[in-house]
Ligand binder design. Sequence first.
Ligand code: NAG
Ligand code: NAG
Ligand code: NAG
Length: 440
Amino acid sequence: MGRVAASSLVFLLAIIVDKGLPSPLAGKEAWNYVEVRDGAHMFWWLYYADSQSAGYKDLPLVMWLQGGPGGSGSGFGNFDEIGPLNKDLEPRKTSWVQAASVLFVDNPVGTGFSYTDRPDAYATNVATVASDMLVLLKHFFTERAEFQGVPFYIFSESYGGKMAAAISLELTKAIAQGTVKCNFAGVALGDSWISPLDSVMTWGPYLYTTSLLDDYGLAEVSSAAEAVKKAVEQQQFVKATELWSVVETVVEQNTNGVNFYNILTQEPDDKLASIAGEDFISLQTRRHIRPLHSQSLSELMNGPIRKKLGIIPQNVTWGGQAEEVFSNMAGDFMRPVVDIVDQLLTAGVNVTVYNGQLDLIVDTMGQELWVKQLKWDGLSGFNKLRWTALDDPTSPGVTGAFYKTYKNFSFYWILKAGHMIPSDQGPMALQMLKMIIQQD
Ligand SMILES: *[C@@H]1O[C@H](CO)[C@@H](O)[C@H](O)[C@H]1NC(C)=O
Ligand SMILES: *[C@@H]1O[C@H](CO)[C@@H](O)[C@H](O)[C@H]1NC(C)=O
Ligand SMILES: CC(=O)N[C@H]1CO[C@H](CO)[C@@H](O)[C@@H]1O
């Protein structure tokens, strides 16, 4: 075969191979694994910023961390929330890639396309989660030195916020010691599990004021929550996680199955149905990991996406180790990290908290409570300020959010959004992103 014919064959093949996945194109994204500990392989996926007004080196880099623990940023965050394509592989109008390069990392190890070779290689606490991520970030910024000077932000959702806080503190130390070279500019904690007890203790009052509990229900939810409080006070954290699961059952029974991620919706019946003999770990992964692993997303990730990526080991399934990730972290789940947020503020890190009005699992009332516990010396100044209303970018004149900034701390109250803010209020979330990373 002549040269010309061969190259046009290659061209033709490229078109055929590309057909299922129209974009993104080569040079606009990258991905790889880093072995962060022996037998612990962490997957990352980077999309370079795609803006008409600036090159990617002139725009910030945002790392996105999903919750669970066990939920996948490369899957859920990417295709359901902020990535360039949605689950139907159509362009997303509110993609964060138009304002920043976006780095999805499947963590803790075992999440998404990340995997462990051995059952003892899972993380069991946020300290390990943070040290694993530091190995990954060190690799990333060494291999891709062009990002060392680019402002780097960590954004997160749910349990991802707890991890983000711990990672931010370790990263700050590593930068000071010169072991990681990057321009860390701030952390944003979205609907984050910073103070689990404050969340659980406010479920009753929040549901009561939104007509989702009657007096009997309020009493039952409050009494179940008190049991969690007792376990946390006695530092019995596995027991606290177990009792947290009980409160959720009491909430479900009294609310006719309110959706923990958005109180204006209901859980599907099949999700509520209890399975005889089911232990609390499998119940909780069913409640909190499965929503991040819908059938359509699993089919996409384990089908065309794994084929496109080309580096996923044959025996690794996207989401295949999610339950183990969660169960290994069960002793950590109910531990608060409010003190870590304090340390970040003391270290001069910019911290943003943002929360969806309709989120139950991490309701805004609970966030307000732990913020008021901060020892940060700016707190009284923050408390004295009034909030500012922000228009919904798609409906001028209609309020989409409120926010307040004082020194290194900001709080965004996002209206008409539940736990997954970018899914519920994409344009508002994008505007908030731009304000936080100063690309407005
Ligand atoms: C995949 O197979 C390799 C080689 O047999 C094994 O060492 C590893 O534990 C397996 N990994 C997973 C996630 O099953
Ligand atoms: C924190 O945010 C302020 C603006 O609110 C900015 O001037 C400052 O540079 C940021 N700090 C860091 C470390 O990026
Ligand atoms: C903008 C601002 O107030 N930044 C502050 C962040 O925190 C450090 C450490 O407390 C202060 O020195 C900065 O002035």
